[in-house]
Design a protein. Structure first.
Lengths: 266, 250
């Protein structure tokens, strides 16, 4: 029986490793809602995959990437505040995805698995997808690390100092889109952003440099995925909430420790 | 001061952002060793002009010429760095330009804050932060320093010190300085040329003469012009002037 847990464990580990640096930037750049919007559009991706008979991961990756580019373009307009725009796209894409799934009678899809994750749905193919994306995304992340950090501190300054800010930001968005595509089965559409931002926020308490925070977030994320999946395995709980609850506990514990530490040091 | 080849020269420069014309028909040149101060009311396009010179915004019309192999150090308007980002002064200084600790310490010494090198940026006071940003702009040994409101968030005494420091940097290193400022009464003494911007260049000239131009009084009022004329003769300032200045331009 335990061998059924392996795919989810391996895929989850890869996802958590990537979510560390990506999620740290999401925290620094105040993009949590942005990430949520991209994740919610994943359901539309599922619909697309079902209708066009595509691989699920490919369908989600296509839609989340398209949404990322759309958001990137729309952010240039100033008539609507960006969180309103995100709200429209986030809930709009979620609702459309739900409706299409509800009306397509030929398709039987476990909706709660899509929304909250289902570790038993993860198969060997998914592990390969995660591995492939990890192999591509990690070097890319290393490559854009310094310029993206400069953009995060001050976009105009980075641009004035010769950084191709738009290209770097688009690459970052595409990385998020890819991670969302592979993370959906394990954590679920509604909770993917949590896996990105909670470990990063928890690692903030322990970090003095951006790199410490990103690596700390990756390690914490991996631990949370392992603990969450184990919990889900033994209690039959949906895997997404199990992982996220573990992460929230880690966040609270680290917050408490760091506050205590600061107080005792004066 | 070489008058023949400007470090940077804008001719009939125009910039549109999001379909809106922000500046047009701007002529501006900065020569080696010169301090040029850009003044103008809020929304006059001062920052837009500066960012265009730095290549942040695209030019919609006109021409921009930079001297070959010109190095520019840029200090943007007061920036705030999110508390969630753990960043030391050293890392802030070397974000886009790798430099050794020695080089960074030397740059920080120029602005009298070498002891801040390992401080988290969020723990700096307004004045300390601006000094760090000024040192950051100096790190690349620039020929031209571009400073966008360098004393923003600094208390009054700090402002005076900071302007003195900027002047000292020009005198010691001979780099040209182009800066945006609201504090007319403070910068005038240290400025070679004042450029008054309001979508276009209203008037330009040496600080002693610009206050007599009708365009200047039209934009800033007689009171201010008188105050500045007064200032160029008596090296003194007073606080009510500072408050008026803030009121008129903020």
């Amino acid at each position: 029986m335990i061998e059924m847990l392996w795919p989810a464990l391996l895929a989850g580990t890869g996802i958590a490793l990537l979510a560390g640096p990506l999620g740290s930037f999401m925290v620094w750049r105040r993009m949590a809602y942005f990430g949520d919007t991209m994740a919610h559009s994943g359901l539309l991706g599922v619909t697309l995959a079902v209708v066009l008979n595509l691989n699920l991961t490919v369908g989600i990756a296509l839609v989340t990437t398209a949404l990322a580019l759309l958001l990137f373009g729309l952010q240039r307009q100033r008539r609507l505040p960006s969180d309103t725009l995100l709200g429209i796209l986030s809930h709009g894409s979620l609702a459309i995805g739900m409706l299409v799934l509800a009306f397509s009678e030929s398709v039987r899809i476990d909706l709660s698995g899509l929304l909250f994750g289902d570790l038993l749905a993860v198969n060997r193919g998914d592990v390969l997808w995660v591995a492939a994306i990890l192999v591509v995304a990690l070097p890319v992340m290393l490559l854009i690390w310094r310029p993206l950090l400069a953009i995060t501190v001050h976009e105009d300054l980075a641009r004035a100092e010769g950084i191709a800010t738009e290209r770097i930001r688009i690459v970052y968005l595409i990385l998020i889109a890819l991670v969302i595509a592979v993370a959906m089965k394990i954590v679920g559409i509604l909770l993917i952003t949590a896996l990105m931002i909670i470990p990063a926020a928890a690692a903030r308490w322990l970090s003095k440099t951006p790199e410490q925070m990103a690596v700390g977030a990756s390690l914490l994320g991996v631990l949370c995925v392992w603990a969450g999946l184990a919990g889900s395995w033994f209690t039959n709980a949906p895997s997404g909430p199990a992982i996220v609850v573990t992460a929230v506990i880690a966040f609270a514990v680290l917050l408490t420790i760091s506050q205590f530490w600061q107080r005792t040091r004066g | 001061m070489s008058r023949t080849h400007p470090l940077i020269e804008a001719r009939q420069l125009g910039v549109r952002l999001g379909g809106e014309t922000i500046i047009r028909n701007v002529n501006l040149s900065v020569y080696g060793g010169q301090i040029v101060t850009l003044i103008g009311p809020n929304g006059a396009g001062k920052s837009t002009l500066i960012k265009t010179l730095l290549g942040v915004h695209r030019i919609s019309e006109g021409q921009l010429t930079l001297a070959p192999s010109l190095t520019i150090g840029y200090m943007p308007q007061r920036i705030s760095i999110d508390d969630s980002l753990p960043l030391s002064v050293y890392r802030l200084m070397t974000l886009t330009h790798r430099a050794s600790r020695t080089a960074v310490t030397e740059a920080l010494q120029l602005t009298d804050v070498p002891h801040l090198i390992d401080r988290p940026v969020q723990q700096l006071s307004g004045g300390e932060f601006q000094r760090v940003m000024l040192a950051r702009a100096l790190l690349k040994q620039p020929d031209l320093l571009v400073l966008d409101e360098p004393v923003q968030g600094v208390d009054f005494n700090g402002e005076v010190d900071l302007y003195r420091l900027i002047q000292r940097i020009r005198d010691e290193r001979g780099c040209a300085i182009l800066m945006v400022s609201h504090d007319l009464h403070l910068v005038m003494a240290a400025t070679d040329e004042v450029v008054c911007l309001n979508g276009h260049v209203c008037c330009t000239g040496a600080p002693e003469t610009i206050t007599q131009q009708p365009e200047f009084t039209q934009l800033f009022g007689h009171k201010h012009a008188d105050a500045l004329a007064f200032y160029s003769h008596h090296h003194d300032h007073n606080h009510s002037l500072a408050e008026q200045g803030g009121h008129v331009h903020d």
